[in-house]
Design a protein around this ligand. Structure first.
Ligand code: OGA
Ligand code: FE
Length: 269
C-alpha cells in the first residue's frame, strides 16, 4: 500500500474515542495463565470503557514526568522478523537508545517481543490496560536475570524501560495508548499474577478511573520509537505508564495489521 494512503487528514485529529479493556474490581486476586499456550485463561473480568485518547505529538512527554516519550531513531535492523538481526543489531540499538535517553550507567537488554495482529501470529497486540511489572516482580526479575550481581545492583536506582517500535509499516492499526503517569492512582493498580510455562510473574492490571489521561502517537513511523517506563525504583519521578493497544477508529479500511517489536531493558543508574 502506498504510504500516503496511510496518512489521510483524519489521522491528524487531536484525539480519538476508543474502548479500553479495564479490570473489574473483585475481592479475588486476578491470575492470568499462559501455561497452556493461547491467549491466557483468567479468573478476572475485563470490560470495555470508553475513553478519549489525545494525540501526544507536540506534547513533549518525558519518561520522568508522563512516564513515556517519543524518540526518532532510524534502525539498522534489516529484518525485524529475523532473530539474528534482532539479537545482534537490535539489542545493541535498544541499549544505546535507553542509555542516551536516561543517562544510565549501564543498560541490560533481555527480551524482544514481536507482535502482529493476524490470526497466524503467536503474539497479538495486548488488549488489556496493564503495567508490565509491580515493584516486587521488577526486583525479582533482576534477581532471575542477573543472579549474584542482583543484590548489589538493587541497592541503587534501576528502571525497566521498553523500546516499542513499528515493524514493516507505521502503527496505524491497533496503536498503543499510554496513560500519563500523573493521572494514575495507587488505588487503580491491582497486582495480577501471570503464569508462564516455567515462571510466575506479576503485572499491574488497572481498574477504571475517569482521571486517566490517555495519549497515543498517531501513525507511529518506522523511524520512531516509544520509550515506556514500566518501573522506576525512584519514587519522586513517574514510576510507570500503564498502556494497552486499542482499536483505532481512525484507521482507514484496508490498513495493514499492526506489526511491532518491543525490546525490554533494565537501566542501572
Ligand atoms: C508492551 C506492551 C502491547 C502491544 O510493549 O509492554 O504491552 O500491543 N505492548 O504492543
Ligand atoms: Fe506492556
Amino acid at each position: 500500500m502506498p504510504l500516503e494512503l496511510l496518512e489521510p487528514p483524519s489521522l491528524t485529529a487531536t484525539s480519538v474515542e476508543a474502548s479500553l479493556q479495564y479490570l473489574e474490581p473483585s475481592p479475588d486476586r486476578p491470575v492470568v495463565s499462559f501455561a497452556n499456550e493461547g491467549r491466557g485463561e483468567t479468573n478476572a473480568v475485563f470490560s470495555p470503557r470508553r475513553v478519549r485518547v489525545l494525540d501526544a505529538r507536540g506534547l513533549g512527554a518525558t519518561m520522568n514526568v508522563q512516564g513515556f516519550e517519543l524518540i526518532r531513531h532510524a534502525s539498522s535492523v534489516a529484518d525485524f522478523e529475523d532473530d539474528d538481526w534482532v539479537k545482534i543489531v537490535g539489542y545493541g540499538e535498544a541499549e544505546q537508545i535507553v542509555q542516551a535517553a536516561t543517562g544510565a550507567r549501564r543498560v541490560h537488554v533481555f527480551d524482544a517481543t514481536r507482535r502482529k495482529r493476524s490470526p497466524d501470529s503467536p503474539r497479538q497486540p495486548s488488549v488489556r490496560v496493564h503495567n508490565d511489572y509491580t515493584p516486587a516482580s521488577a526486583r525479582q526479575r533482576v534477581r532471575d536475570l542477573l543472579g549474584e550481581r542482583a543484590k548489589q545492583l538493587l541497592q541503587r536506582r534501576i528502571a525497566f524501560i521498553n523500546v516499542w517500535r513499528p515493524v514493516n509499516h507505521p502503527a496505524v492499526d491497533w496503536p498503543l495508548a499510554l496513560a500519563d503517569a500523573r493521572s494514575v492512582d495507587a488505588a487503580d493498580l491491582v497486582p495480577t499474577e501471570i503464569v508462564y510455562p516455567g515462571r510466575v510473574g506479576e503485572i499491574y492490571s488497572l481498574t477504571y478511573s475517569p482521571r486517566h489521561a490517555w495519549r497515543y502517537y498517531p501513525a507511529l513511523a518506522l523511524n520512531e520509537a516509544i520509550l515506556i517506563k514500566c518501573y522506576d525504583a525512584r519514587e519522586n519521578v513517574a514510576r510507570w505508564s500503564p498502556h494497552t493497544a486499542f482499536d483505532n477508529p481512525l484507521a482507514p479500511p484496508g490498513v495493514p495489521p499492526r506489526e511491532s517489536i518491543e525490546f525490554r531493558t533494565i537501566a542501572f543508574f
